[in-house]
Design a protein around this ligand. Structure first.
Ligand code: 1CP
Length: 352
């Protein structure tokens, strides 16, 4: 972003986040570094487990840069995971093959009392080193690409911390939010503090924009959405802005539906990630006009490729022309995506 006395950034993604309707739109894809890429699978095999990969700066920065080299994306997202925040606060975590993340659940005051938000950024030192290496790599190889740091939003991270694993409904976490809101609120405040330190440290290390993944926001009833998504996100954004007043922040409250309107008005984010289920024209008409939108191609249309992909991508471009927009998926890329389909999509978006 540029202040009154600065020249505008030459980076298309940063210009879009500042409210310019850059066209053709900048693009990147959620989970663009990952198993669908042969070069990732090769490097992953060298690293051992997933946490080892996330905490090995040379390997993690290499993985982050792989899709930039292959496709010239406008955004490079730090290769890490939203669960590295609980890990950095001392909650035992492992990624079981084919099973997803497994944590030792925190469900009572004793377990929550053991979490220390003040050690998060220090324990995340290897991830912050990755940010430095990626930024240096981009300066050298892809000077127009923007480095995006990220964290999970407090609510979504709390879901995994309480549940202990992935879930369709996160009943234990949402149950705690109703049954013992004081305790759930304590966990949320710990996460706001840890995430503030962690995200500010990413910005200090060279992240140029930040994204908050709230993958499970859409599970909440409206009253709960206000209390556990909007208010904590607003506090987190305010706390980051005290130290990094200009850093653009992308909020992604997945499956928020019409609650997107309040989210856009009250959280202070500059850009909204839009999931696949949402009509982009509706989103554009419902939120402030200078607010950038990001999304929302169905990852399965990218698996299919051909005419189906072309029709979906063109419809998104047609709906978004003339407003600040970042082309992306509406959820993470599928493991079975042919890399050539991504090349075809990049060509299509680049011609506007
Ligand atoms: O073994 C492997 O290769 C692990 C697979 C994997 C990968 C590649 C996981 C485990 N995380 C990641 C990377 C990751 N996760 C990134 C990297 C950057 C990129 O986009 O390229 C990011 C931004 C995330 C964010 C993340 N992790 C989210 C939010 C987005 C979303 O997908 O909804 C969530 C919910 C997680 C938790 C998580 N980590 C990994 C898995 C399989 C899951 C989902 C678990 C579940 O709920 O079932």
């Amino acid at each position: 972003m540029s202040g009154p006395n600065e020249t505008p950034s030459p980076k298309p993604l940063l210009r879009t986040l500042a409210g310019d309707a850059v066209w053709p739109p900048p693009m990147w894809l959620m989970r663009q570094a990952g198993r669908y890429l042969p070069e990732y699978r090769e490097l992953r095999a060298q690293a051992g487990d997933f946490i080892a990969l996330c905490t090995a700066p040379t390997l993690a920065s290499e993985v982050t840069l792989q899709p930039i080299r292959r496709y010239g994306m406008d955004g490079a997202i730090l290769f890490s995971d939203i669960l590295m925040v609980p890990w950095a606060m001392g909650q035992p975590l492992r990624f079981a093959e084919g099973e997803g993340p497994v944590l030792e659940p925190v469900r009572d005051a004793t377990a929550i009392g053991r979490l220390d938000p003040s050690v998060c950024a220090a324990n995340a030192a290897p991830i912050l080193e990755t940010v430095r290496l990626v930024r240096a790599g981009l300066e050298a190889e892809a000077p127009r690409t923007t480095l995006i740091g990220f964290a999970g939003s407090p609510f979504t991270v709390a879901c995994y911390m309480v549940e202990g694993h992935g879930s369709r409904d996160f009943a234990a976490a949402r149950g705690m939010a109703y049954g013992d809101p004081a305790l759930f609120g304590r966990l949320i405040r710990i996460l706001i503090e840890a995430s503030t330190e962690y995200l500010c440290a990413q910005a200090d290390a060279g992240a140029e924009a930040l994204m908050l993944f709230d993958s499970w926001a859409g599970l909440l009833a409206p009253s709960q959405f206000r209390r556990w998504v909007i208010e904590p996100t607003a506090s987190l954004v305010r706390a980051i802005r005290k130290r990094h007043p200009l850093i653009p922040i992308i909020g992604f409250p997945r499956l928020a539906g019409p609650m997107l309107i309040e989210y856009s008005q009250r959280t202070g984010v500059q850009c909204l990630g839009i999931d696949t289920s949402m009509d982009l024209r509706w989103a554009a008409s419902a939120v402030p006009p200078r607010m950038a939108l990001q999304g929302n191609l169905d990852p399965l249309s990218l698996v299919a490729g051909g005419m189906a992909l072309e029709a979906e991508a063109r419809s998104i471009l047609g709906a978004m022309r003339g407003r600040p927009f970042i082309f992306n998926l509406g959820h993470g890329i599928e493991k079975v995506t042919p890399p050539d389909h991504v090349s075809a999509l990049v060509r299509l978006v680049r011609t506007g």
